[in-house]
Design a binder for this molecule. Structure first.
Ligand SMILES: [Fe+2]
Ligand SMILES: [Fe+2]
Length: 370
């Protein structure tokens, strides 16, 4: 499987002649050293993005909530245009991707954690926004160029556009699907790629992600049963982001899994995901992503509120329950990285084990206005 150091062509699986112009012209595609910011500018290629100053989680959450609302309107408009057979407005999608990228640059946890809390009835289109944000984070973690980070975001935003051709009743059906119903849903990658090919001039990378985000590294995915590096890097990134957002979101037919438990389970699905991509994903969201419920060695239970850069096992945790007292306590934030001798996470906790409700509100405050 792909080793990060050997990454010379992030678009494996896409025939060179089919790549978008900017991609196929780039020396990076041809396996050469990625240019430094100075040489990129000198060569007339896109410059590195301006430095974006980091802000606190609280500050970015306020902006991220507005961005969430904007994303929802933009996606509703884009999806309804496509449903009526009108062209998807890629300009708007580009602007949205850029706004999301900037939010992640200001604070890596805010928007990604917030968009996971989407309502079940807005799952289909807000899932696309979530996958967009996660793909941007992973592409940045893999140190891809700004152009590729943008294309990754756009690919995430459009990856499930084929679901527009599937009835909402079927998409949101509670309970088990019949074999026929499942076969219809499995057509959405091909329907999406067809829609993109005929309606908008998008990069081949975006088309490829739309078509191949349900492929699995062991060749058991669909629609083409591609295996290993036959699947492009971006489709492999999409596969991880897609499944993570799906299982950690409330859907009409399933309750959300705790994010840390989801990652633990996904780490065992070696047949499904590229190991290096999965590791990059974990580095970007944390081993205990924001919103995870954990028990500390001291017997306190809390919800992860924020990652500490470079310390995957020591996030900030807002504790609210004592297992020793079997009682709620005044919520307090513990930065585990500042107490390595006395505090550490000893296990992931399921809310229903203790009957906790609405633990998510502990890290983001009131989300009722989303
Ligand atoms: Fe999909
Ligand atoms: Fe999806």
């Amino acid at each position: 499987m792909l080793k990060l150091k050997e990454l010379s062509d992030p678009c494996q699986g896409i025939p060179k002649g089919e790549r978008c112009d900017s991609c196929s012209e780039s020396p990076y595609w041809q396996g050469q050293q990625r240019p430094t910011p100075e040489s990129s500018t000198a060569a007339g290629e896109a410059p590195e993005p301006c430095h974006i100053a980091p802000v606190t989680l609280e500050e970015e959450l306020a902006t991220a909530k507005k961005l969430y609302v904007q994303s929802r309107s933009a996606m509703l408009e884009m999806f309804s245009h496509a449903r009526m057979g009108r062209a998807i407005t890629v300009d708007k999608a580009d602007t949205l991707v850029d706004d999301i990228r900037q939010s992640i640059a200001r604070h890596p946890n805010a928007f990604i954690s917030l968009v996971r809390l989407k309502n079940a009835n807005e799952y289909t289109y807000m899932h696309c926004v979530a996958v967009c944000a996660l793909m941007i984070a992973v592409a940045q973690q893999l140190e891809l160029s700004p152009e590729l980070v943008h294309q990754a975001g756009l690919a995430g935003l459009l990856h499930d556009v084929g679901k527009l051709a599937v009835s909402a009743t079927l998409l949101n059906k509670p309970g088990k699907l019949t074999a026929d119903e499942f076969a219809i849903i499995r057509q959405h990658p091909e329907l999406g790629a067809q829609l993109l090919r005929t309606s908008v001039p998008v990069c081949e990378l975006v088309l490829d992600v739309c078509l191949h985000h349900h492929e699995k590294v062991d060749g058991s995915g669909y629609p083409d049963q591609l295996a290993g590096e036959q699947i492009s890097l971006f489709a492999r990134i999409a596969a991880v982001c897609d499944v993570y957002d799906a299982v950690t979101s409330d859907r009409p037919y399933n309750e959300a899994w705790d994010p840390a438990i989801a990652l633990q389970k996904m780490s065992e699905w070696k047949h499904h995901f590229d190991t290096v991509v999965f590791q990059a994903f974990v580095k970007s969201v944390g081993i205990y992503p924001v919103g995870s419920l954990v028990r500390l060695g001291s017997g306190l239970i809390g919800v992860v509120t924020e990652q500490v850069p470079g310390l995957l096992l020591a996030p900030k945790v807002k504790v609210f329950f004592s297992t020793h007292l079997n009682a709620y306590i005044t919520p307090t934030i513990i930065n585990i990285s500042e107490h390595p001798q006395t505090e550490k996470i000893v296990e992931r906790v399921l809310a229903k084990q203790y009957g906790f409700i609405n633990t998510q509100a502990l890290w983001h405050g009131d989300c009722a206005k989303l």
